[in-house]
Design a protein around this ligand. Structure first.
Ligand SMILES: *Cc1c(COP(=O)(O)O)cnc(C)c1O
Length: 356
């Protein structure tokens, strides 16, 4: 028997979440964001399940080529564009749409022009101050692309820093408008949070990621209330049981001490599987569908759960770490992080299977 940990990816949940994104997007087209191995769900698998999207957005040209080899013919957006002149033949041959966010990329386009026509996204920095042209440089970039003989189309793009937070999108939206108004082209702005909360950001294309995987981008609104279904469920089993007397402790550093007599279920899952090591005592877990919480430090291959309230639990009892019945958002919040990180961190050693 293999170690009992495994992850399932629900194809119908992915399709359902895409449908929800579609309803929010209205007439806008959808880039399904499949970067980071489709947020840990498997690139090819997620791309297939999200086959109703209008295109896919990711980072590595090599991943884009893999999608093309798997027969995907929809547009593919390279969120950080190309990194070197040597990337250009692949961009061209596979019909990829690079984001152009800096002068160096413009220089590459001039020095090593693609052999055929390409579509590009012109990214502007509307306040996040990560990637993108400033108000001062954007018009020059637009002109350079506009007169480039191989650039077939330009789409304006920006990214929001706080669509999921208190500040929202108003300031960035206004700056984006001011930067792009005079130069007519389609717009692409919204991540999941903007798509769900700010219909005024829809533009011509939207770029949802996390919502497609069934997690909420918002700290103050849960995925179920948004109508989302978790796509990934991480499950394992209890493989050992310890009965602790008051004063006895469990795990590395003896971090957790029993105040009363408790029963500890030892679960075959640890940070080597992608479970967050910094998840503190009290992080929620489902034991045969019932809620319990972790006790003591997460180790590489194991974590401990107080199962005192679940008398029939023992070796072989199924455990859900996150997914169906326990949102990764909730586990992430308990661990002081976001579901994005949990999903992306699913380790290669965890067997993954696809379910309907
Ligand atoms: C990751 C990413 C997205 C998707 O963001 P979510 O919060 O997962 O919806 C959209 N646009 C860009 C540029 C990104 O890097």
């Amino acid at each position: 028997m293999p170690r009992p940990i495994r992850a399932t990816i629900s194809v119908s949940a992915l399709a359902h979440n895409l449908e929800l994104a579609r309803r929010h997007a209205g007439a806008a087209k959808i880039w399904a964001v499949v970067k980071a191995n489709a947020y840990g769900h498997g690139l090819a698998r997620a791309a297939r399940a999200l086959g109703g999207a209008d295109g896919y957005a990711l980072l590595d040209i090599e991943e884009a080529v893999r999608l093309r080899s798997a027969g995907m013919t929809r547009p593919i957006l390279l969120l950080e564009g190309f990194f070197d002149a040597s990337d250009m033949p692949l961009v061209c041959r596979h019909g990829l749409t690079p984001v152009i966010h800096c002068m160096e990329q413009l220089a590459i386009l001039e020095a090593a022009p693609p052999e055929g026509p390409i579509d590009v996204y012109l990214k502007v920095n509307s306040g996040m101050n990560r990637l993108g042209f400033t108000a001062a440089s954007a018009p020059r970039a637009w002109q350079a692309l506009h007169r480039h003989p191989r650039v077939r189309s330009i789409t304006w793009m920006t990214h929001f820093a706080d669509a999921d937070g208190a500040e929202g999108v108003a300031g960035q939206l206004e700056r984006f408008g001011a930067m792009t108004r005079a130069l007519e082209a389609p717009h692409c702005l919204a991540n999941s949070a903007a798509l769900l909360r700010y219909p005024q950001t829809r533009g011509d294309w939207v770029r949802p990621g996390i919502m497609l995987y069934g997690c909420s981008p918002f700290p103050d609104q849960n995925a179920a209330d948004l109508g989302l279904r978790p796509a990934m469920t991480l499950r394992s089993e209890i493989i050992g049981v310890q009965r602790l007397q008051p004063g006895e402790r469990v795990g590395y550093g003896f971090d957790y001490e029993a105040r009363t007599a408790i029963t500890v279920g030892v679960v075959a899952c640890g940070y080597g599987d992608g479970y967050p090591r910094h998840a503190p005592t009290g992080t929620p877990v489902l034991i045969a569908g019932r809620r319990a919480s972790t006790a003591g430090r997460v180790s590489m291959d194991l974590l401990c759960v107080d199962i005192s309230g679940i008398p029939d639990a023992g070796a072989g009892t199924p455990v859900t770490l996150w997914g169906e019945g326990l949102s990764a958002d909730e586990v992430a919040a308990a661990a002081g992080t976001v579901s994005y990180q949990l999903l992306c961190a699913l380790a290669a050693r965890v067997p993954v299977s696809e379910i309907a």
